[in-house]
Design a protein around this ligand. Structure first.
Ligand SMILES: Cc1cc2nc3c(=O)[nH]c(=O)nc-3n(C[C@H](O)[C@H](O)[C@H](O)COP(=O)(O)OP(=O)(O)OC[C@H]3O[C@@H](n4cnc5c(N)ncnc54)[C@H](O)[C@@H]3O)c2cc1C
Length: 820
């Protein structure tokens, strides 16, 4: 056991011994979702060791700082990773010049420990102090400072080891192209080994905080924050949900005595309270409202005066979840010119809400224009939007994050903005170039300084087409055009008009959570189907009754997890599923127990040939399945099946023992079910009243030719942009109709007012989902035939056509499309 743990520690790179070059290690970042197998990890303690390694290593070289970037920016497969964390000394410090020269692996916190006794502060850094200077320079980070922008503004010079092993000094005056390329260059041009940084005074600051509508924030910022030299830190948190209210918090220079004595955040501080708070906000029902109306008012009450260094020395530990195995907290960031703030927030709110992103916070920061780095994210004065959210770690979850991230990137670049590069790599190449228009100049410089493409990592593997190294892993292109959402973005004004109209249409909007929650209900159609197929050629005693009970509840657990936190809890539906699940459990528990004992014994005594009763039972099972695909199960006449049993089978015949055992067992089953069905029928009518018989869907276009022969489809309204509101039948017919419509070129924009829909398909067990849109959220074997499995695909409605056509093309069985 202890041995296993040690191996794990080594493999994850958690142990880093100076000078040690470990063979074939797995390196990861803080999210734990980007494991990369590198050839070796070198932990140098001198610049010479780096020069030697870069000069002599024949393959790719990657550079790791604190490894807080979140998309593989510090490694690539098979590379020598230079882990900078032990090259972390202070080289020179001048209080008078307010300047410090440090080795690149040093953390901000270690710098703060050095300069705080001299009443100085880091001029620009992130909100947390765990990052290395080199990692921060290579990302060109920013903080919450007012009147400052990207880190480059505080850098006097750097020293960098280039691909040929040369150690070069770069500053705005000396080798400026290297200076403006390497800062913000994500380790593409060389290893930054030292930096000389400007410092600021460590002053006392007083916190102010107020809540206001987003619409008032620009004015507030212009009059109260921008250009006010006394405002040291400032940010505004947008409350998720409506995204129309912000809490603006500033730390303003003051002469008042401090209310927090510590000059720096204690390094052994316990963070359990912060972690609990995060858990409550992200996972608890009503967590977001709890934060806004309870936690924040407590957190921001009272006077708070502290040192600048205290506010700048937070530890990322406060954000660390208990486990990152199935879900993880993640960051991303977008930048837009200051006058586009509200436009961006509107677009962002729409995207995050449409995709039910579990957003914990969006923090608005401000940054002045970048002085000229090649990969500048602040090409003008910008507002930054730091988006902090929770996501699952499965491939499906990650694919889904990619879908809405790309929408956010488009929203930012359409306004002349950019997205931030240290996070997950979801942007397409087009998006990367739209956000970083000087990328060509950057890659040209890289070719000049690093002609063999030595310095590599996942970021540059994805976007540096000029690289002469092994073929880079690019974000996957769509397998075929039709798989991408082809709907042209509708004119926003028309779109608003249509949305307003649809809001008034009775029955248009159905609860999106239902697309998931109805899956367990449908299982009670699928399982009898499997049972009926099974009985055709196998004895009843072999059916996996108990496994199907277990699988039913595991599906329920999965859909519960998929909907928890994303939608308000639909208690009525959960109760209903619990009731039907309990009935199913009881029925199969009793039946399984009987069939596995008495049934099996009689079967063995009588031999393998089926009796008339066995054959009839198989027919009834099939009739039942055919019936419940269109009608509620409780309408099925079990009494008629009972009559059939006694009228259509002989009293005497071969295998008499089995014949009578079946007669009695089936009679008991049909009788009990007939009684139970009557009971449920009465209860359902009382509880649910009449059922809704149509689903309304908004489609891009509905040409008459495409609707020809579609008896159940009706055009309710046509809109000025060519889109139309269609009425479609429900349940199985919904699936069939949708399939026919997409084949005839119809593209859906919304179904029942929703942007996503669940599709299940039965596919070969070894098949893996590789369609460019949609993601598999549940996958389980078919119990009665292990060569097959059922996959549940979360499909964006705008891509539904592509997904269905692709599945159909590959001759895979589209089992159902869940119409809420
Ligand atoms: C909780 C959290 C909060 C954050 N807050 C902020 C914030 O407020 N503002 C902000 O701007 N960003 C923020 N970030 C992003 C963060 O600044 C970056 O991820 C930054 O890279 C972290 O520094 P690091 O030392 O971990 O660098 P790493 O992740 O180790 O490296 C980042 C990049 O720099 C390269 N690199 C590292 N060292 C060197 C070197 N010596 N020479 C050349 N290249 C090198 C790496 O190859 C890699 O491409 C935050 C991230 C997290 C996880």
């Amino acid at each position: 056991m202890r041995k296993t743990r040690l191996v794990c520690l080594l493999a994850t790179g958690a142990l880093a011994w100076p000078g040690l070059a470990r063979a074939s290690a797995v390196v990861n970042d803080v999210t734990r979702i980007n494991p990369i197998v590198v050839d070796r990890v070198l932990v140098p303690t001198t610049i010479d060791a780096i020069v030697e390694a870069v000069r002599s290593h024949p393959g790719p070289v990657s550079i790791g700082g604190g490894r807080f970037s979140q998309g593989g920016q510090t490694a690539t497969e098979g590379a020598l990773q230079i882990d900078m964390r032990r090259l972390d000394g202070v080289v020179a410090f001048s209080k008078e010049r307010k300047e410090i020269t440090v080795q690149a692996g040093i953390t901000w916190r270690k710098i703060q420990n050095t300069i705080d006794p001299h009443d100085l502060s880091v001029q620009i850094m992130q909100s947390y102090a765990n990052f290395t200077a080199g990692g921060s320079l290579s990302v060109n980070v920013h903080g919450r400072y007012i009147g400052q922008g990207p880190l480059v503004q505080s850098v006097r010079s750097i020293r960098i080891v280039l691909a040929d092993g040369r150690l070069v000094t770069a500053s705005p005056a000396e080798n400026p192209e290297i200076f403006y390329g390497a800062i913000g260059g994500y380790g593409a041009l060389g290893v930054i080994v030292e930096a000389t940084l400007g410092l600021a005074d460590n002053v006392r600051v007083e916190r102010t905080s107020e809540v206001m509508p987003l619409s008032a924030y620009r004015d507030y910022f212009d009059t109260r924050i921008r250009g006010h030299r006394d405002v040291i830190f400032h940010n505004a948190d947008i409350y998720p949900g409506a995204y129309d209210t912000v809490r603006a918090t500033s730390f303003v220079r003051t002469d008042k005595p401090v209310t927090i004595e510590s000059r720096l955040m204690p390094e052994d501080k316990s963070y359990w309270g912060d972690r609990l708070g995060m858990r409550m906000v992200s996972d608890w029902p009503g967590g977001k409202a709890l934060r806004r109306y309870v936690l924040d008012p407590i957190l921001f009450r009272g006077e708070r005066v502290e040192w600048r260094n205290y506010e700048a020395s937070y530890d990322v530990k406060e954000l660390e979840p208990v486990s990152r195995r199935t879900s993880t907290y993640v960051l991303q960031e977008y930048f837009v010119p200051v006058d586009r703030l509200e436009e961006f927030v509107r677009a962002m709110a729409d995207i995050l809400n449409r995709h039910h992103v579990n957003t914990l916070n969006v923090s608005i920061r401000h940054a002045t224009q970048d002085p000229g780095t090649l990969l500048a994210w602040a090409r003008t004065e910008v507002f930054a939007f730091v988006h902090y959210y929770k996501q699952g770690t499965s491939d499906a979850d990650r694919r889904e994050v990619g879908v809405w991230t790309r929408e956010l990137i488009d929203a930012a670049t359409a306004l002349g903005g950019a997205y931030y590069l240290p996070y997950q790599i979801h942007a397409t190449e087009r998006q990367f170039r739209a956000a970083y228009p000087r990328a060509d100049a950057f890659f040209a410089l890289k070719r000049k300084l690093d002609p063999t493409n030595k310095f590599r990592n996942k970021l540059w593997d994805a976007y540096d087409k000029s690289g002469s190294g092994p073929s880079p892993a690019r974000p996957r292109a769509p397998a075929s055009n039709r798989s991408a959402p082809v709907n042209a973005p509708p004119d926003p004004a028309v779109r608003r008009q249509i949305a307003a109209f649809l809001q008034g249409v009775p029955g248009y909007k159905r609860d999106e959570a239902q697309t998931y929650l109805t899956l367990p209900e449908w299982l009670l159609v699928y399982y009898p189907g499997e049972y009926a197929r099974f009985l055709k050629d196998r004895p009843a005693s072999d059916f996996p009754y108990f496994a199907s009970i277990g699988q039913f509840w595991s599906y329920y657990r999965d859909v519960y997890r998929l909907t928890r936190g994303r939608y308000p809890v639909n208690w009525g539906y959960h109760v209903m599923v619990l009731v039907i699940g309990s009935s199913y459990t009881a029925e199969n528990g009793i039946k399984g127990s009987y069939e596995r004992t008495i049934g099996r014994l009689v079967e063995r005594l009588s031999g393998p040939a089926p009796t008339q009763e066995d054959v009839l039972a198989a027919d009834v099972a099939q009739d039942y399945v055919d019936f419940i695909r269109a009608e509620p199960w409780y309408e099925f006449s079990f009494l008629r099946s009972l009559k059939q049993l006694w009228a259509e089978t002989d009293l005497f015949g071969p295998h008499l023992l089995r014949k009578w055992e079946r007669k009695l067992a089936l009679s008991a089953e049909y009788l009990v079910k007939a009684e139970y069905a009557t009971l449920i029928k009465v209860a359902s009518k009382a509880a649910y009243g009449n059922e809704v018989t149509e689903v309304l869907a908004l489609v891009d276009e509905a040409p008459a030719a495409a609707l020809e022969g579609e008896a159940g489809v009706e055009v309710r309204r046509r809109f000025e942009d060519g889109s139309a509101l269609l009425s479609l039948p429900r349940y199985d017919e919904f699936r069939d109709t949708v399939l026919r419509l997409v084949t005839r070129g119809i593209r859906f924009r919304e179904i029942a007012g929703n942007g996503e829909i669940l599709v299940t398909a039965v596919v070969p067990a070894e098949w893996s989902y590789d369609l460019p849109s949609g993601s598999v959220v549940i996958e389980k074997p078919m119990l009665a035939d292990r060569r097959l499995k059922r996959i549940a695909v979360r499909a964006p409605v705008a891509s539904l056509h592509g997904i269905l056509l692709e599945l159909a093309d590959r001759k895979l069985e589209i089992e159902h499309v869940y119409d809420y």
